[in-house]
Design a protein around this ligand. Structure first.
Ligand SMILES: Cc1cc2nc3c(=O)[nH]c(=O)nc-3n(C[C@H](O)[C@H](O)[C@H](O)COP(=O)(O)OP(=O)(O)OC[C@H]3O[C@@H](n4cnc5c(N)ncnc54)[C@H](O)[C@@H]3O)c2cc1C
Length: 562
């Protein structure tokens, strides 16, 4: 908690060039880009970083093949470029993955037409990935026998996915902002802002942990509150040309459906693309796309039924999936941008664009970020840095690179040291990949310090929460550097434990108490009680109240194949 306390103190005692409200992907990249280029930045989120929409995505970095059908060529060109940039910049976190698509008889387009579409898509992506492949029915039977033969075959093409998960990916931008001197604090709300005669924005904030309130002064204000952007702008009296409408998307996490690390892709009954996506040792199925008016959205029985019906119809499993097989549910709203005057309600819902919009008021030094995708995050960071500079805020290190993994020389040294100390021999049997690979991906250059911890005390390489792959030194690292304020911050966002293990297994996992003691010291018991008595999404899983299906040790599967 020391990191949070010291950041809170600085948030209370300093003025800033920029205050960013909202620590989802848009706020996190803005903070990272601005801090690295020399602005003094504060970032606040009223829950945890990535604690709202950005923890509920499909974990894909993609150009949006499906947007070609709407004729959104410009968006696809841009997103393919963004995907390629992510693949180049984050080779250990963002990986190419094959989408294995099966077409049903009577589908609105022929298999040949769709395959030609993937060739166009591949060309738009500048041939950066492996080429698409046409699949006969026999190919599907042979390569993915779980897929029910319902048509003439299909095709395979590439996009990319986030290997850890979305929330971890976002947190790494927050961490990078902190490393460049930004002040970032979770569980701090903006109660509203006004611009005063002194030329500063005055934002009333509340620490949601202590209840304390005070005012933060900043030269510019960025509203990155995701689906709450409109609400916050209204409160602050900021008029805008855009606004959001919301589309709810639900995913269900179940035991792994296919041993192959690829995305099984279908067209659901409503005609939309529908996926079975690898999530560590599990599979994540979804998603839905339904208009909603109010926030936050929750999983309704019909959402669950839609996903289960669609997947059971298209897969031949030993037993059809039921609610009892659901380990965790994810539910978020896509904030979709529409013109504030047109409303968007009269348009075909699925045709609404997934573009983002950055709206700048130069006179007020105010920026709102509408919509967007994780995939486009580097562009958003760059656009915001440019917009802030145009507002007259000095960026002494303008143009300095603010994203991407550490240089190859540091990477090589890390893997060399890891090899010399025989690190991978310490890989837990539950782990889906060698320990060195995972530590490098999650912690980058900071992973060097973990090697040192393990050299000093081999016990630091022991898995702490039994059945998961997280080792003792990672908990110490999280306690010091990852602003874990509630147990859910670690279990759901810094790691993905609560997505792949049902809550009753986590509750009884040996090592959980020690993990809490490392994270929270004297407050360990209180944080444990808070997590189990008041779960973030009650209950995290429909299986929470059911008898366990598998021992906790079974939450990790075989090694990844890519
Ligand atoms: C089901 C689903 C699947 C998706 N799949 C993909 C995908 O595969 N690939 C992809 O690229 N994109 C995907 N997206 C889109 C992507 O996840 C979102 O566009 C993105 O996460 C939005 O980020 P954000 O930062 O704008 O909003 P958020 O992540 O919601 O962040 C806004 C933050 O602001 C905070 N906040 C709000 N009000 C206040 C206040 N008053 N004070 C302080 N803080 C406040 C909130 O707590 C929140 O953390 C998906 C979205 C959904 C819903």
């Amino acid at each position: 908690m020391k990191l949070r306390e010291s950041n809170l103190h600085r948030l209370e005692t300093r003025d800033f060039d920029v205050l960013i409200v909202g620590g989802g992907i848009n706020g996190a990249v803005s903070a990272s880009a601005l801090a690295a280029q020399g602005a003094s930045v504060a970032l606040i989120d009223r829950s945890d970083f990535a604690g709202f929409t950005s923890q509920q995505s499909s974990n894909l970095a993609w150009g949006g093949l499906k947007y070609l059908e709407n004729g959104e060529l410009g968006l696809v060109i841009k997103l393919c470029g963004s995907r390629n940039r992510l693949l180049r910049s984050y080779p250990s976190s963002v990986r190419e993955i094959r989408f294995f698509v099966s077409i049903e008889r009577g589908f609105r387009h022929s298999r040949w037409f769709l395959w030609l579409g993937t060739l166009v898509y591949w060309a738009i992506g500048r041939f950066f990935t492996r080429p698409p492949r046409l699949l006969s029915r026999a190919d599907i039977d042979e390569e993915e026998p779980t897929v029910r033969p319902l048509g003439p075959g299909g095709f395979e093409y590439s996009d990319a996915y986030l290997i850890d998960n979305d929330a971890r990916f976002v947190f790494n931008f927050v961490r990078s902002a902190l490393d460049h001197g930004a002040i970032a604090v979770n569980y701090v709300s903006s109660l509203g802002s006004s611009r005063d005669n002194d030329g500063f924005w005055h934002t009333r904030v509340r620490d949601e942990v202590s209840g304390r309130e005070w005012t933060v002064r900043s030269r510019a204000l960025i509203n990155a509150a995701g689906p709450y952007v409109d609400e916050l702008n209204q409160r602050n009296g900021v008029p805008t040309r855009h606004r959001h409408v919301f589309s709810k998307g639900v995913h269900l996490v179940v035991d792994r459906i296919t041993p192959n690390r690829r995305v099984l892709t279908f067209f659901a009954d409503d005609g939309r693309l529908f996926f079975v996506i690898p999530l560590g040792p599990k599979s994540c199925i979804g998603t839905t796309d339904t208009p909603v008016d109010s926030l936050p959205a929750s999983v309704e029985p019909e959402d669950r039924q839609f996903i289960l019906d669609n997947v059971n119809k298209r897969l031949q499993l030993a037993m059809p999936l039921t609610e009892a097989d659901v380990i965790a549910e994810r539910c978020g709203v896509r904030p979709l941008v529409v013109d504030a005057s047109s409303g968007g309600g009269d348009r075909d819902w699925m045709q609404l664009s997934r573009k983002h919009a950055v709206e700048v008021s130069s006179s007020d030094k105010h920026i709102s970020i509408f919509g967007g995708k994780l995939t486009d995050c580097i562009n958003v960071g760059e656009e915001i840095a440019h917009a802030v500079y145009e507002l007259g805020i000095d960026l002494p290190y303008r143009g300095r690179r603010w994203y991407g993994e550490p240089p190859d020389s540091i990477r090589d040294e890390f893997f060399h040291q890891a090899k010399l100390m025989g690190l991978d021999a310490l890989t837990a049997k539950e782990s889906i990949e060698p320990l060195s690979t995972r530590l490098w991906r999650r912690y980058g250059a900071s992973a060097m310090a973990l090697l040192d911890d393990i050299r000093q005390d081999p016990g630091m390489a022991q898995v702490l929460i039994s059945g998961t792959e997280y080792i003792r030194c990672e908990l110490h690292h999280a306690a010091q550097r990852e602003m874990v304020t509630k147990l859910a911050d670690f279990l759901r966002r810094r790691s993905k434990i609560s997505l792949i293990a049902p809550i009753h297994q986590i509750r009884t996992a040996p090592g959980l108490v020690e993990a809490c003691e490392i994270l929270f010291g004297a407050e360990a018991q209180q944080k444990l009680d808070e997590y189990f008595l008041m779960p973030e999404q009650p209950p995290e899983s429909p299986r929470a109240s059911r008898p366990p299906l598998a021992p906790l040790a079974a939450i990790a599967g075989p090694r990844a194949t890519n």
